[in-house]
Design a protein around this ligand. Structure first.
Ligand SMILES: *Cc1c(COP(=O)(O)O)cnc(C)c1O
Length: 376
């Protein structure tokens, strides 16, 4: 029997204000990169307390941040295997090699002690991934990076709004990259941004997103473009559009609302799932973390596909964040040191529905159904 309603794992949460903002852009009939993008960047710069540069998606943000850090062919970047394939593709897009690292079993974020074992003379940077919104031992990662003279490009795609030591992710550190894709904590349709106070990186990513056309960003903000110009480096067509920026601006204004709702729902899951000792949730401090996903660890030996199909029968979509990247043909790189935590944990991971349009009653339904399924 088909359930009447399908509860989605994640979704865009859009209201009339977003629709109206898009209509206004369409009415102006200027869709490329212009004043709206500049306005969105100014709003983000205020949010983070340091400059933000908007691009077409989070993967492009990571790619440009790496390129502007001078990472290229022959270099190696340390990255947790347990991440979205976007982190890996962004690294390999520069010609560098993503080196799979293990994660801390509690936080599922980069274990810098494991990363240290994988250092070579080619290692240039580390890309910590703020899994589900938590930053793990980010202080330890920065100390490790300083010690070995590595750049840090944070994949903060899950962590928009999260704070660490009372400061917003993106407001401190080397370079942070965010995604505004449809299901992230805020969306601009597609979209992403690079946040840093490194002036050289900022100038390079501003040019590189517009095919490398020198200082074209300033012209675009004024609704103009460069006709005679120089190109100093490889560029890409990675700029944001006015439609995207218009959606993003409205969504940024809703971050408090989204944050509160995501935290409320995640806390409810914590409370309900703690009633069984067979499921493990991430130990997030929800006064700091804005949860992007709600992953749990299933009991040893559970057939995840059976659980997923029984949840789906009950009208509940689930997800897997993530299949690790070191098992992929393109990124396996033959011999690597083992990744015991990732290999042990990844088959047990299951993500439950989490987005601001769910109610507490929806969470109660998902949690009780899951407990029923694993005890059944
Ligand atoms: C979403 C995401 C990205 C990439 O962002 P896009 O906007 O989809 O390109 C990168 N890393 C992680 C962990 C993500 O979840």
């Amino acid at each position: 029997m088909k359930p009447e309603r399908m509860m989605r794992l994640s979704k865009s949460c859009l209201g009339n204000a977003e629709k109206q903002a898009v209509m206004e852009v369409l009415d102006r009939e200027f869709l490329g990169m212009g004043a709206k993008v500049q306005h969105f960047e100014q709003a983000l710069t205020e949010f983070f307390g340091r400059p933000a540069v908007c691009v077409v998606n989070g993967t492009a943000a990571l790619h440009l941040a790496l390129q502007a850090s001078g990472i290229s062919v022959g270099d190696e970047v340390l990255v947790p295997s347990l991440t979205y394939v976007a982190s890996f593709q962004a690294i390999s897009a520069t010609g560098a090699k993503p080196v799979s690292c293990d994660v801390n079993p509690r936080t599922l974020t980069l274990d810098w002690r494991d990363a240290e074992l994988r250092l070579t003379h080619q290692t240039c940077a580390v890309m910590p991934v703020h899994y589900s919104g938590g930053v793990g031992d980010l202080d330890g990662i920065y100390a490790f990076s300083r010690k070995h003279n590595l750049r840090v490009i944070e994949d903060a795609a899950h962590a928009f709004g999260t704070t660490h030591n009372g400061k917003r992710v993106g407001s401190f550190g080397d370079i942070a990259c965010f995604s505004f894709d449809g299901i992230k904590n805020i969306t601009s349709g597609e979209g992403g941004c690079i946040v840093t106070d490194d002036e050289q990186v900022l100038q390079q990513v501003r040019d590189a997103r517009l095919l490398g056309v020198e200082k074209d960003s300033e012209r675009r903000y004024m609704g103009e473009r460069s006709w005679e110009f120089d190109v100093l480096a490889q560029g890409w067509r990675y700029h944001m559009s006015e439609i995207m920026a218009a959606i993003g601006l409205v969504q940024l204004g809703r971050i408090e609302e989204f944050t509160e709702k995501r935290r409320l729902l995640a806390r409810r899951y914590d409370e309900l799932l703690a009633r069984t000792n067979r499921l493990i949730s991430l130990p997030h401090d929800y006064t700091a973390v804005v949860p992007h996903i709600y992953p749990i660890l299933l009991p040893e030996g559970t057939d995840r596909n059976v659980v997923r199909s029984r949840m789906l029968d009950a009208g509940i979509q689930t997800g897997v964040h993530y299949q690790p990247n070191h098992v992929l043909s393109y990124f396996g790189h033959g011999k690597t040191l083992p990744l015991p935590v990732t290999d042990n944990i990844s088959p047990k991971l299951l993500s439950l529905p989490l987005h601001p349009d769910l109610s507490l009653a929806d969470i109660d339904y998902c949690a009780s159904k899951l407990i029923e399924v694993i005890n059944g």
